[in-house]
Design a binder for this molecule. Sequence first.
Ligand code: FAD
Length: 249
Amino acid sequence: MTEAQQKAASNKVLCTVSRISPLTPTVQQVILTPKAPVEFKAGQYLQIYLSDTDKRPFSIACAPGFSCDGQPALELQIGGAVTDAYASQALAHLTEHLNAGSEVLVQVGLGEAFWREESPRPIILLAGGTGFSYVHSIASAIANADIKRPVQLYWGLRHSQAGYAEAELAAWQAAHPEYQLHMVVQEPGADWQGRTGFVHQAVLDDHANLAGFDIYIAGPFAMVGVVRDAFLAQGAVREQMYADAFAWL
Ligand SMILES: Cc1cc2nc3c(=O)[nH]c(=O)nc-3n(C[C@H](O)[C@H](O)[C@H](O)COP(=O)(O)OP(=O)(O)OC[C@H]3O[C@@H](n4cnc5c(N)ncnc54)[C@H](O)[C@@H]3O)c2cc1C
């Protein structure tokens, strides 16, 4: 067991479900208020216990130190495809506890794909769909730390209407001279004038050699597998690529 795994094992906490509100018609922002202090790093995930045997991992969308209504809190962004039972069952569980005013059990501070703050390398943050939750945590931490290392955030969406967090995306860009945002839409409508296709292809098109970057990745499993192989073939260094989904592939 790594040191991080040992710490996470003791990091179980009951949380009040303080709020569930829509970010888009299919993605919900969930605010949990822990009953005891919790520790985590930007880019880690938590597991929600739906039962003793059914635990579901979700990225913690906020940076450490986040608070809501004056209370230390945890933010999640859950959803995506309407047919996604993985997310909708977790949301139903959280909604039930919100309505009952009861607490859910979560385990916080999981995963090894956390932000390496001390690294001097430029950063690529790559999100597919609700993988943005993971990227949101790291981008928030970078903004809080006021780090001016080059950051390129790529967010791939199936449709242009699937995006959210416009105010934060604009604020991160305005505050950081070497920060670039690339939105990439897979199935564009007539309203979309920007980049199109799979989001990782935009990274490959922009960077002939990925060796110099720290690369943080989250999204559907099918995407993460494709990205790992394509980026390694274009020079990315395996030890500088971070994605908790690698452990499931
Ligand atoms: C540790 C962990 C944490 C998780 N955290 C969350 C969370 O916080 N919130 C949540 O809702 N779910 C989470 N999940 C579940 C899972 O990651 C989501 O179900 C997934 O991200 C949903 O993606 P989507 O439907 O929004 O993406 P989609 O809309 O299916 O795709 C978005 C984009 O990804 C790219 N893409 C998709 N498929 C491919 C492909 N085959 N090849 C190349 N590119 C592709 C494209 O650019 C596409 O536009 C987590 C899972 C794990 C294991």
